[in-house]
Design a protein around this ligand. Structure first.
Ligand code: NAD
Ligand code: ZN
Length: 375
């Protein structure tokens, strides 16, 4: 089988590999020996994922003579919180895991963020390994070192940078992923194409049915390309002072829509709607090539992703949330805007800027037009 490797550069020189492909999990013991060498391993995952794949991962580590225990929590975004962080931390302490331990985060993005944050803080930081099992996690969340939890005031507001020692994206583990969850991951893949790679966007479009059906080669190829794009961006700007912001395309609106829905709206779906609306914002302020939003909408619809806000969403509530967004300046929300497909707007007049203020009046108009039923 073909396992692809993408190297992620980090600010402090602790570069790490992402291994992508069917069967990559088999490399776990060797990579642990080479890149970690801990005395104890704590595998953390939600119960659903651990039921499906925990035993295979545990057996690989155990059979190589390395002590490993599993720690689980109930699935769902609602568990990515401080309480679960505390509970898992206490469980690791009770199990006697020391500074020479290592966390293996086996699961989707919730597990990666939560278990990664446990590792980042446990005894001031122990190594973490990311073993993503959802497409969201394989294509996006497991790469880049961001970890953290949600708090009542908002998503991901408490966290830490804690790059993993390595990432193993075994696309075979996604076989058990429900199609609705596969779709969520493809929203981030569309984002990667829309900001940096028109050909990739076209390939996602063409391979949509295969990707949704779980075709292994198509999945491995798309995960590898998404990881390359994400690695390229975070390799240039790990801590989001600059270019990393381009990964937030669609996300300013997505986060507001998620909050407005009381977090009932899945992240990928919110990003899908957010990308179309933010592309329309760019067109409205005459930054983005006309037709860009339609093109993104076409690809997303073909994947069965939503492209318009739910009719139940109150536009005024969304505007209010945007004005209070952490990226807003002086009451004006800021957005990553495209020049066109595959090209992010980097400002005008020589100063490079990745997030641009848009008057709330324009945001209101685009929200109102976006809420209208599709023709
Ligand atoms: N750190 C980052 O850079 C980053 C980037 C993007 C998203 N995220 C975060 O990721 C989270 C969303 O990730 P997600 O969509 O993977 O959510 P998730 O981890 O909750 O997984 C979604 C569902 O799929 C199940 N699942 C996962 N893998 C499976 C498999 N192989 N087989 C069967 N079921 C499986 C899970 O149990 C869960 O019910 C959000 O919290 C988001 O903020 C983080
Ligand atoms: Zn996202």
């Amino acid at each position: 089988v073909l396992i692809r490797e993408v190297l992620v550069r980090t600010a402090d020189g602790a570069d790490y590999p992402v291994r992508v492909g069917p069967g990559a999990l088999a490399e776990l013991p060797l990579l642990l020996e080479e890149r970690v060498g801990a005395h104890r391993y704590a595998l953390i995952g939600d119960r659903r994922v651990v039921d499906h794949h925990g035993e295979a991962a545990l057996a690989l580590v155990r059979d190589a003579g390395m002590p490993v225990d599993a720690f689980t929590f109930p699935p769902g975004e609602a568990r990515k919180n401080r309480e679960e962080w505390a509970r898992l931390t206490d469980a690791l302490l009770a199990a006697g895991i020391g500074r020479d331990g290592c966390v293996l985060a086996l699961g989707g993005g919730v597990t990666g963020d939560l278990a990664g944050f446990v590792a980042a803080t446990y005894m001031r930081g122990i190594p973490a390994v990311q073993i993503p099992t959802s497409l969201v996690a394989m294509m996006d969340a497991s790469v880049g070192g961001k970890t953290g939890v949600d708090v009542p005031r908002g998503k991901n507001l408490v966290g830490a940078f804690h790059p993993p020692r390595f990432v193993l994206a075994d696309t075979r583990l996604a076989r058990t992923l429900p199609v609705a969850e596969r779709r969520q991951g493809l929203a981030e893949a569309v984002k990667h194409g829309a900001i940096l790679d028109p050909d990739y966007l076209a390939r996602i479009h063409g391979a949509g049915p295969a990707l949704l059906a779980g075709d292994e080669e198509a999945t491995a190829e798309a995960v590898a390309r998404s990881v390359e794009i994400k690695a390229e961006v975070v390799g240039r700007d790990e801590r989001e002072g600059g270019m990393r912001q381009v990964l937030n395309f669609g996300h300013t609106l997505a986060h507001a829509l998620e909050a407005a829905s009381g977090y009932g709206l899945a992240h990928g779906s919110a990003v899908a709607v957010g990308m179309v609306l933010e592309a329309r914002l760019g067109e409205a302020v005459e930054v983005t090539d006309p037709g860009t939003a339609d093109r993104i909408e076409e690809v997303l619809s073909s994947l069965g992703l939503p492209t318009r806000p739910d009719p139940g969403v109150d536009p005024e509530r969304v505007v209010e949330l945007l004005v209070h967004d952490k990226k807003a300046r002086g009451g004006e929300p800021r957005f990553v805007l495209l020049d066109g497909i595959g090209r992010v707007h980097a400002g005008t007049g020589g100063t490079i800027r990745w997030a641009h203020p848009v008057p709330t009046g324009v945001v209101r108009e685009v929200l109102a037009a976006g809420a209208a039923p599709a023709i």
